[in-house]
Design a protein around this ligand. Structure first.
Ligand code: URA
Length: 435
């Protein structure tokens, strides 16, 4: 067994580490045999020196095996999941998962909470009264056998090395490393028990990766490592300059997802939903062509089976499924105040980061991991880039629970939405499919 300092020195000097050395490092993070300063030094060495494709695959595998890997052999359907690197107003998982399950593909989805400017699927689900996200793995498996769908939070025994290393990365300026991100994301996703995976790698102002070239590099690394590990994977590169859809905030986004399940979702949200869903059905081999996959997805929206699946999911996890038909059962904000246009013209900018920070100010997200979220607040009925507005037209509705945050959010939102005389150029939402 090599000493930690010898393995750190080899990476510091730019060598490719062996599978055993990487396993030693990950074991050190899991069982506490490496001190935090040694783990941190190693993380920084990886940031500065990088990892080869082979090292990244070894690292991901060791991270995945640092805890339990769910065995879903008892779930007879093909199993597909989708993961987004995080955006603003990105509620796609909430309605896509029941759509896919309604198409006969099981969706074992283990999600995270929102942190910083991006929202988290678990927080959104918890805006449904009674909804439980903390299911043990046995209950998760049983629910998947029964209804083909489970959306839960990370359990303590799933990829524990990532929990340790992510916390260190957050405070040692070592988050921005493609091999480390790859190991972090895939270790959790591959431990869920999936057969195939589709990734939504976002780039732009409201994304974690602002730069498209970097996002493409990450998408390629994720696809290549997951595929090497025997899980057919594809990634979509999607733009995240303006929020997805018209709602940002937990309950508001669930309500918008229900609209998507009723076939009335915003065009941009549905474009991303269909594109991801098509790839999930193709990889899961329940459709042979994109057209066939799209037709199946449209069918489960039209005949109501996807919405019914969502009701089943809510009931299975202890939630009040009546919210689907009675949105007033969601937590309600005290103030609902429109922001009106002071100038006519075309909306040329809805800065996703600005909108996210306004929602954060209202209490919809967390600045620190231990913060609590207010499920009722956020921004709704947002205008979209390219829309024409007149003086006095509502640009958005602010849902707030106190006057101070309302005033602050209003100022932030007014700066994030830009109206000018010229029609903005059309941009592509889905830039590329990798894999
Ligand atoms: N999301 C993760 O889960 N891990 C990373 O390293 C980055 C984003």
């Amino acid at each position: 067994m090599a000493f930690p300092q010898h393995i750190i020195a080899r990476k510091r000097d730019g060598h490719a580490l062996t599978r055993e050395e990487i396993a030693e490092f990950v074991r050190g993070a899991t069982d506490g045999s490496w001190a935090d300063y040694q783990l941190s030094a190693m993380l920084m060495a990886v940031v500065l020196r990088g990892m080869t494709a082979q090292e990244t695959a070894h690292y991901t595998e060791a991270m995945m095996r640092s805890g339990v890997v769910a065995d879903l052999a008892s779930v007879k359907l093909p199993k597909a999941d989708k993961h987004s690197t995080g955006g603003v107003g990105d509620k796609v998982s909430l309605h896509l998962a029941p759509m896919i399950a309604a198409c006969g593909v099981a969706v074992p989805m283990i999600s995270g909470r929102g942190l910083g400017h991006t929202g988290g699927t678990l927080d959104k689900l918890e805006s449904i009264p009674g909804f439980r996200v903390n299911l043990p793995l046995d209950a998760y498996r049983a629910q998947l056998e029964r209804i083909g769908l489970a959306l839960i939070g990370q359990t303590a025994d799933l990829a524990p090395a990532d929990k340790k290393l992510y916390a260190l990365r957050d405070v040692t300026a070592t988050v921005e490393s493609i091999p480390l991100i790859c190991g972090s994301i895939l270790s959790k996703k591959l431990a869920e028990g999936i057969d195939v995976l589709v990734l939504d790698v976002k780039f732009g102002r409201g994304a974690f990766m602002k730069d498209k070239a970097k996002a493409r590099e990450l998408a390629q690394a994720l696809v290549s490592v997951a595929t090497t590990m025997g899980k057919p994977t594809r990634a979509l590169l999607t733009a995240m300059d303006e929020p997805l859809g018209r709602a940002v905030g937990n309950a508001l986004e669930v309500v918008e997802s229900i609209e998507c399940l009723r076939g009335r979702g915003p065009a941009d949200t549905m474009e991303v939903t269909y594109a991801l869903g098509e790839q999930m059905l193709l990889l899961a081999k329940v459709a042979v062509t994109k057209n066939e996959a799209r037709a199946k997805l449209q069918q489960v929206l039209q005949d109501g089976t996807a919405l019914e699946k969502f009701r089943e999911l809510i009931a299975a996890q202890g939630g009040d499924a009546r919210v689907v038909d009675e949105p007033e059962r969601f937590p309600q904000a005290k103030f609902k105040v429109p922001l009106v246009a002071t100038k006519g013209g075309y909306v040329t900018e809805v800065d996703a980061m600005g909108v996210a920070l306004a929602a954060l100010q209202l209490g919809a997200g967390r600045a620190k991991a231990e913060d609590t979220v207010d499920h009722a607040v956020g921004i709704g009925e947002l205008v979209k880039i390219g829309e024409r507005v007149e003086v006095g037209t509502s640009l958005a509705v602010i849902y707030a629970n106190d006057e101070e945050s309302l005033a602050d959010a209003r100022g932030m939102l007014a700066k994030a939405i830009v109206v000018t005389d010229g029609v903005p150029p059309a941009t592509r939402l889905i830039d590329e499919i990798v894999g």
